[in-house]
Design a protein around this ligand. Structure first.
Ligand code: SDX
Length: 429
């Protein structure tokens, strides 16, 4: 393998070292490019640009491989839990029994919001989108932890991380209850992470929510499958904010905002809206597929396609199977699942999608599970954010502990007006 790449430019020759990762991914290190050549690179959407070295998650998009800290997502989905996987992603190793107990206890100790936070919920209209509330309240909760600011307190990272993972769930549940005009339900120390979330969502002061094991397992699996995904839009945002040495909660709040977009985490809500519209229109899906292939239609097959996966997203495979298991366990059916399966079959046999290597991604079936759990549509992306929190925290930690970390500050190529003078108001047209 060559150790450097040669560049011929304006009659001069330059060499740039090649960096190789542990999975033989290769990159040209162009950190000296501008000083050496006076040129920068331009890469629309960063499709060919690596922003960092990271040891957290490996994706092989061509093969449809996803591993957290080297462990295949299929094994974690089968044998692990969200909390154990969160520990793996943040700390790099599967926890011992004692480490897992301590981590779980830390989550329990930090599950309540400061009581003054309750008043903030009163300020939101019932129609407020829970992603807006989530981002605002993550930042608001940081006001109660002055020690969070600045790197001097990186020794308290474990507490800050546990507090964020635990409280994002409490904030989400409280925002749901508020949106329904329901009294908030406090977390129960006796309940584990995901069961506690369902309890806070659906219990009533006069009646405990019945925690069915298959329901808890299905939601825990959704959280686990969303836990990290290398440098996706929201995680790259978290690293961007972390590079300025902003605090962990500010970084997470920024991640929530980036995730909200329908091309990213907002796609799980957009998929169900798409399936529901197809269902209500009586279309068997073929009309929609035709529209999705027509650039002028403004429609896309939401939940399909991916910047990295040019094969089936391994998470989508796992979620699709989990849909069937959960609906069978609940003796339920969902016409939207049947439509989704029909759309998938049609698309995977249609040259438009095949040529562009467009396959189902994590968002294509996840909404079906959330519907079956009784989670409202506007909370779908919040569920994604709760799941992704360990990944954002792990990426923040990589920057926090990197002595050579620099602020992220991309360049640009200017295309605006060249030099011109100010024109006083009375001389303008
Ligand atoms: C997530 O990055 C991550 O890891 C994200 C994520 C994570 O875990 O963090 O995996 C989570 O965000 C999954 C993606 C969820 N978004 C959607 O499902 C929205 C629908 N998908 C697309 O908009 C699109 O596929 C993206 C945004 C996911 C990827 O966009 P790219 O890589 O910029 O690809 P593109 O828009 O340039 O599309 C390439 C071609 C275009 O056609 P041509 O110009 O070549 O003719 O494919 C077409 C696109 O029009 N295309 C689609 C399509 N997705 C791409 N056409 C119809 N339906 C689609 N869904």
């Amino acid at each position: 393998m060559s150790k450097a790449a040669k560049l011929e430019l304006d009659g001069k020759s330059y060499e740039f070292p090649i960096v190789e990762g542990s999975e033989q991914e290769k990159a040209l290190d162009i950190s000296a490019l501008r000083n050496a050549t006076g040129h920068i690179t331009l890469d629309d959407g960063y499709g060919n640009t690596g922003s960092c070295l990271s040891a957290i998650t490996f994706i092989d998009g061509e093969q449809g491989i996803l591993r957290y800290r080297g462990i295949p997502i299929e094994q974690l989905a089968e044998q692990s839990t969200f909390v154990e996987t969160a520990y793996l992603i943040i700390y790099g190793e599967l926890p011992s029994r004692e480490q897992l107990r301590r981590f779980s206890d830390l989550l329990t100790q930090n599950q309540n919001l400061h009581e003054d936070m309750r008043h903030h919920f009163e300020g939101f209209p019932a129609t407020a989108h829970p992603m807006a509330i989530l981002s605002a309240m993550i930042n608001a909760s940081s006001c109660f932890y002055p020690g969070l600011m600045g790197r001097a307190n990186s020794g308290r990272f474990d507490v800050h991380a546990a507090r964020l993972i635990s409280q994002v769930r409490t904030i989400a549940a409280f925002s749901y209850r508020k949106s329904r005009g329901l009294p908030i339900v406090y977390p129960k120390p006796a309940y584990k992470y995901t069961a506690n979330f369902l309890h806070m969502l659906f219990s009533e002061p006069y009646q405990e929510y019945e925690l069915k094991p298959e329901v808890v397992k299905a939601l825990d699996l959704i959280f686990l499958l969303h836990a990290d995904h290398e440098q996706n839009c929201s995680t790259a945002t978290v690293r961007m904010v972390a590079s300025s040495q902003a605090n962990l909660f500010a970084c997470a709040a920024a991640g929530v905002c980036a995730l909200w977009g329908p091309l990213h985490g907002g796609a799980n809500q957009a998929v169900v809206e798409m399936l529901d519209a197809i269902h209500r229109s009586g279309d068997d899906g073929s009309k929609f597929i035709t529209a999705a292939k027509d650039k002028d239609s403004g429609k896309r097959l939401m939940g399909f396609g991916h910047r990295i996966y040019k094969n089936y997203d391994p998470r989508a495979k796992i979620i699709k199977a989990a849909c069937d298991r959960l609906l069978a366990a609940l003796h339920a059916s969902d016409p939207l699942l049947d439509i989704a399966k029909r759309l998938e079959e049609t698309a995977l046999n249609d040259s438009y999608f095949v040529e562009r290597k467009l396959y189902p991604n994590v968002d294509f079936y996840s909404g079906i599970i959330m519907r079956a759990l009784g989670i409202p549509l506007e909370m779908f992306t919040v569920i994604f954010a709760i799941g992704r929190m360990p990944g954002w925290i792990a990426n923040f930690k990589e920057i926090l502990h990197d002595r050579n970390s620099r602020i992220y500050r991309p360049r640009q190529i200017y295309t605006g007006p060249t030099l011109r003078s100010y024109v006083p108001l009375d001389q303008r047209a």
